[in-house]
Write a protein of this length. Structure first.
Length: 367
């Protein structure tokens, strides 16, 4: 909260004149935010006295700027009065959502402690200084800027604009002037470490062909795996956790750092044997991943308990006896068919392979 101005209230006691011997209280006017979103934006304007008085204190104000009152925003109160015996009063300014693409709009909240302040004056009376009387409520007339000599400026940020035309509104776009993709929050390249799930095997094939972890045996729970790829900068995921719908299945141990472009394969269990494309290889700390063939939901949380990424098995629950993988490798945007993950063996580059933990679909290393 920024303090905009501190000044002496002059002659704003209702029903009294300002005697030169009066000790005037000090008034502070603050705002909770100088920028609000068009979508449910809110800022609170608060006037505070350093000590209570025995009379009501009127604070006249006007609403100017490029934003239109009643169309772009509303206020909670038409009067701004600190009651007798109180030390503060607040009103809120709330934005109004629309579907128009607009520039940043401003609200100029002008206020003053002029000597003519009495409740009941007309908003724009001809006898008022500068053409605007010191009355309450939203004053909109040319003289307001001359008469109301202190102000707070609030900006309304449009959430409908898409400056770079990438389909992501500027309010949600980390790179509003550079066309990008949703996975990168509107940027063409990751602006921070970006972890994705690239391949999932929740239904290993029957027989030795299902030995995904390479330990010489096919075991339905142990051969399940999740392949993570880091598309951003070096990422320390020590303490991150992996959950299914039922419970926590894995805690990444201390020192788990995935380099930029690096891969980590998490198996359900067993004794993973093989190169796996030089990926980091771990097994579930709970002993199994237990991804349900009939539908499950995988969630990864960071050390603050925030969701890092998710994977919904439900749309893919057809007991495929092979993995599901992004195609092309590391693809972030669904094709025209809306599909992002495909069954592994049906992809030409796979040459019939049912899975490729730690490597690209064709079995080559990612880097």
């Amino acid at each position: 909260m920024k303090i905009r101005i501190v000044f002496l209230l002059s002659l704003l006691y209702i029903f009294s004149s300002c005697d030169t011997e009066d000790v005037l209280p000090t008034l502070t006017v603050t705002e909770s935010s100088i920028e609000i979103s068009e979508d449910q934006g809110l800022t609170i304007i608060t006037a505070t006295l350093n000590a209570p008085t025995d009379q009501d204190i009127i604070i006249p104000f006007a609403l100017l700027g490029t934003a239109t009152y009643g169309e772009d925003y509303i206020i909670s109160e038409q009067d701004f009065i600190i009651p007798s015996g109180a030390t503060s009063v607040s009103l809120s300014i709330s934005s109004i959502q629309d579907n128009d693409v607009e520039e940043i709009e401003t609200i100029r909240f002008l206020y003053s402690c002029g000597p003519t302040g009495t409740k009941g004056d007309k908003y724009c009376g001809p006898d008022a200084p500068g053409g605007a009387s010191c009355s309450l409520g939203p004053i909109v007339c040319p003289g307001a800027e001359d008469f109301l000599n202190s102000e707070i400026t609030i900006s309304i940020l449009d959430d409908d604009a898409d400056s770079d035309g990438d389909g992501i509104n500027d309010s949600d776009d980390d790179c509003p002037t550079e066309a990008g993709v949703t996975e990168y929050n509107g940027c063409s390249q990751p602006q921070q470490p970006l972890l994705i799930i690239n391949e999932v095997l929740y239904d290993p094939p029957s027989g030795i062909e299902g030995d995904a972890n390479g330990d010489g045996t096919r075991e339905a729970q142990e051969d399940e795996f999740i392949e993570f790829v880091n598309l951003g900068g070096s990422l320390d995921i020590s303490g991150y956790t992996v959950h299914d719908n039922a419970q926590e299945r894995h805690v990444f141990p201390q020192g788990t750092i995935i380099p930029s472009g690096g891969v980590l394969v998490l198996f359900g269990g067993g004794n993973p044997t093989g190169a796996f494309g030089n990926a980091i290889v771990q097994t579930a700390s709970a002993g199994i991943l237990n991804m349900n063939n009939a539908g499950d939901f995988v969630t990864v949380y960071n050390t603050n308990g925030e969701v890092v990424l998710t994977f919904d098995i439900e749309p893919l629950s057809n007991n495929p006896d092979e993995s599901y993988t992004r195609y092309p490798d590391l693809n972030l945007d669904p094709g025209a068919d809306g599909i992002l993950f495909y069954q592994h063996a049906g992809i030409g580059e796979a040459l019939g392979a049912f899975f490729s933990p730690g490597t690209k679909i064709d079995g080559t290393n990612f880097n």
